[in-house]
Design a protein around this ligand. Sequence first.
Ligand SMILES: *Cc1c(COP(=O)(O)O)cnc(C)c1O
Length: 427
Amino acid sequence: MSAVLCRATWLTQQAARSCLRWVASPTPDYSVLTHLECSRDGTRHDADTVAGTSALGAPLLARYDLERAASLVSPQVIAARPPDLWRYHELLPVRDERHVVTLGEGMTPLLDLPRHGARLGVPALRMKDEGLIPTGSFKARGAAVGVSRAKELGVDGIAMPTNGNAGAAWAAYAARAGMRALIAMPVDAPVITRRECVVAGAELYLVDGLIGDAGALITKAVAERTGYQDTSTLREPYRLEGKKTMGYEIVEQLGWRAPDVILYPTGGGVGIIAIHKALQEMRELGWLRGGFPRLVAVQAQGCAPIVDAFTAGLAESTPPADARTVAFGITVPKALGDFLVLDAVRATEGTAVAVSDAELLAAQGALARDEGTWICPEGAACLAAVGRLRESGWLDGTEDVVVLNTGSGLIYPDTVPVDVPTLTAHR
Ligand SMILES: *Cc1c(COP(=O)(O)O)cnc(C)c1O
């Protein structure tokens, strides 16, 4: 090739490059993240390096310049944005829009449940339906934000123990981000979640034990490998930020006011801690009209450490000797953030309730017959709890009540036995 032609090609390439640079320059103020804060003693940590827990081994909470956010954006501006969780991007940790890894998650419906609400004696009953989100559970929110931020900070692979749904979600978003995923789950976790990990190319291990046993395996693997971040529940600060958007959405969907009561199926507790954090932020932003809702932590009787601690007036939980419930996503014997869940419940004058598997399965069936929606057993636990709280008088029936359905019933096909005749076909 002649020198002239070479030079021309080079110039064209340079022009293309500088043009790309211009188009792709980071959006200023895409996030107003300032630092991370230890949830026990408030110590400040740098937000722009890969972070785990604080020096005290406690979860780190992302903090933002909320005054700046309030000057940049308003509920009116947000209303005009696309219906996904990135509509709250100033209050999320991803600094550069180019690092957003999305499958269209967020802005799930807040459904009225008129027939079921009437049955339970709570006419103003609504359900935030997270069954309609990529991967079929609300874990997609934490995965979208957690994976995006990990990618932004240069992480090559994520590693985590899971009760199934989180692994499925993080595997999917890791694939979308071009990152590796190492997942360990109990053999008893919903079978479909294994397939979700495998189809997305994750490295998957089944563990003959509970989520804590899977966690020990992951800790060891992360120590032996390079490039992987341990993204276990609350050992990484940004999953919580993704889940926080459930709180923003509920309040936005109700015209920037909170309901009277929110019930949440509590395992690791990230969702309820996150909704509480969202409410605090919205109050500081001046976006929340009226007061806070009472937050209710719902667990299954087969694994109810948070309920036990709440009832006993304790600040932290003790793991039960045996943990077993069909609501597999909330089989968490010891949550790292238990003290934050208990604080959220007490600070909002909420409560904690445990329901039996029989009750939650009955609620799952009744809801599907009343309203046509097949929800996961964890979500059904919240509806069973509404019935309980109405009977005890803790709810008087006049409240606006929102239950979180955290996933689709399709993940748990075995919760519904089918006993129907097979007819002989006559051709
Ligand atoms: C993980 C999970 C939960 C519990 O979530 P936390 O926010 O960690 O308490 C509830 N329901 C389903 C379906 C889950 O997968």
